[in-house]
Design a protein around this ligand. Sequence first.
Ligand code: PMP
Length: 324
Amino acid sequence: MSTAVIYRPLPQLGRFLNQCGPTPLVPVQLTDDSPLVWCKLEFLNPSGSTKDRIARYMLEKAWRTGELQEGGTVVEASSGSTSIALALTCAQMGLHFVAVMPQGVSHERVLMIRAYGAEILFVSQDAGIRGAIEIAERYAKQHGALHTRQFENPDNAEAHRLWTGQEVLSQIPRGMVHAVVSGVGTGGTIVGLHSAFIQAGCQTIPVAARPVRLCGDGQHRELECCSFSTRVPGVVDGISKLYTHAALPGLREIDVDEEDALRTTRALIRKGFPVGPSTGLNFCAAEQIARELGPQAQVVTVFADRMERYFSTELFADVVAVAS
Ligand code: PMP
């Protein structure tokens, strides 16, 4: 019998707070010949992404310990989803939120964050997310704000271990997960889910999906070179301590061509899943490992965020062309 501790949100923080999770876990098979993958529909959370979980968990923890009080200020460096989730959660909890992000994130993201009443500080594209982290740290010191530090805060992974992971275990047949697949931003998703499944007695293979850009063309394309792609927002290369310091025994890394990730995202949308590019990435890598492990294996991945925040990006280039 499982002795897992399950996270229970603080009910007294506000009447809207209990809307986050549980999300459905559904089996998805894109064509008759493709393998089946178990998909956690995290885009159904209130701000439209799985980051609502970590926003809630990190802020509630700080609230319980007294680090954060009504009217307080929260600051975070994030290129998108975490900022949107924190902006919504802070709005619910009566807190002020300051997002620090590199210039160049999609217009929709900026609008969403501001609509929730949050403030945005931009750093240059060259400074990137590392520059944003430095500014967030300085802001927290100067203004007495809580810096949630998603790239190193263990509560990020804990939210997925105690909350998302327990949901999956109660939803999947026989509570059995053979592989868990996710693109890595902070690493909170893969680290937390993997640890939940291992603690429940599964021998789960952790699989990191990496978006790559292939050079060359035609049949020589793959042979020539490949580098980390920046066309899948939220998935970044090697900056997170939470991920690099985590123990992930048997870790597999599956490289997915960025074009395949975008094509798969569009295919999932056409099936009625309103998802963003990192979901296409996750799904491609999940199909690959599911094919490898065979039809008995139960492979889990995350449908991380909603498509609406990408309307102005290349993901919808073909849709816009038809409409105009
Ligand atoms: N997908 C999206 C859309 C994201 O924004 C992120 C993280 N910022 C991820 C996937 C990766 O999740 P994690 O940070 O838990 O590794």
